[in-house]
Design a protein around this ligand. Structure first.
Ligand code: G3H
Ligand code: 13P
Ligand code: ZN
Length: 324
């Protein structure tokens, strides 16, 4: 096996963390970051709650913050956790929703320990071919790969919740065998963003029946749940109270996530909740202290509140606290 850059950076791939999570009936948090404050909150929360963590970068994040800077921020975060927070938690640096071989290769070459190749919007055979190509390259460097079957509403293919297509359990075994992926993202009713379900109507439960079928076809195989923000009411109210307009924002209930975490679902992706908290707190500070113009005075409290929320998720929802 070729020398893996990520190992020199103190990162790990997902293999060991997923095995422990599936066996232990909990899920690893996969938190997105785009800036320093988010990364500090994630690392602080996971070090304090002694939770393994996946920090993930989307191609949008690479464009926003600069791909080189993000990669060094992740390296710096590992150093901060080890030296300053005195914590040895396993940390994985993951590409979220990679859409081309070239993007995945670029991340692997620059030190990522895990990549997602999201070919779910392609026809099945094309998804297999693209995923296999990424796996062949990644595994030379002991980098783990997440593939996806089924389409979630939101960023994937710009589909609405009503149009999302659930994963077909009859395809999963063939896909995993043909591609060699290390984990599989599935579609069972979650979606990306802050507006996952229609207001007023009864929120449809996640399709745990499909998850069970998938688990039967792939016993013990690591399953990933995207679109898993809960969009806590208190933060939606905070945003709206201080001038925001996020009426009808609804997420996945914590109860359902707790249930999923006990199954073969071993990675739970959360991004929108972080955006929501940060926005709520910043709006509050702006409203209450209109003379304030030092970014530290509003980004600091936003970072603190985000850290609190992530500790809560690790401890009370995903069950990853204390599992590092
Ligand atoms: O699943 C998508 C993540 O929330 C990343 O979103 O593409 O806006 O960075 P983004
Ligand atoms: P949310 O929009 O529900 O936070 O989902 C994030 C996600 O799936 C990142 O890949
Ligand atoms: Zn996603």
């Amino acid at each position: 096996m070729a020398d893996a850059l990520y190992k020199k950076l103190g990162l790990v791939n997902t293999r060991e963390m997923f095995k422990k999570a599936v066996d232990g009936g909990y899920a690893i948090p996969a938190y997105n970051f785009n800036n320093m404050e988010q990364l500090q909150a994630i690392m602080g929360a996971c070090a304090e709650s002694n939770s393994p963590v996946i920090i993930q970068v989307s191609s949008g994040a690479r464009k926003y913050a600069n791909q080189t800077l993000l990669r060094y921020m992740a390296e710096g975060a590992v150093q901060m956790v080890r030296k300053d927070l005195k914590s040895n938690i396993p940390i994985c640096l993951h590409l979220d929703h990679g859409d081309t071989f070239e993007l995945c290769k670029s991340c692997i070459d620059s030190g990522f320990s895990s990549v997602m190749i999201d070919g779910s919007h392609h026809p099945y055979e094309k998804n297999v071919e693209l995923t296999k190509q990424v796996v062949e390259y990644a595994h030379k460097y002991d980098v783990t790969v997440e593939g996806e079957l089924g389409v979630l509403a939101g960023i994937e293919d710009k589909v609405s919740a009503a149009e999302s297509t659930y994963t077909k359990p009859e395809e999963v075994q063939d896909f995993v065998e043909k591609t060699g992926v290390d984990s599989l993202a599935i579609s069972i009713g979650t979606s990306h963003g802050a507006y996952k379900f229609k207001p007023g109507a009864n929120v449809p439960p996640l399709r745990f029946d499909i998850l069970k079928e998938i688990e039967k076809k792939l016993p013990g195989f690591p399953i990933v749940l995207h679109g898993s923000s809960s969009i806590p009411k208190e933060y939606v109210e905070m945003v709206n109270k201080y001038g925001g307009k996020m009426k009808d924002a609804i997420g996945v209930s914590e109860d359902q996530l707790r249930e999923a975490a006990k199954s073969a679902v071993c990675k739970i992706n959360i991004d929108s909740d972080g955006r929501l908290v940060v926005t709520g707190v910043i709006r509050k500070v702006f409203a209450e202290k209109p003379a304030e113009f030092d970014p530290r005075k509003y980004l600091g409290p936003a970072r603190e509140e985000l850290k609190k929320l992530l500790i809560h998720k690790n401890q009370n929802v995903l069950g990853s606290a204390g599992k590092a």
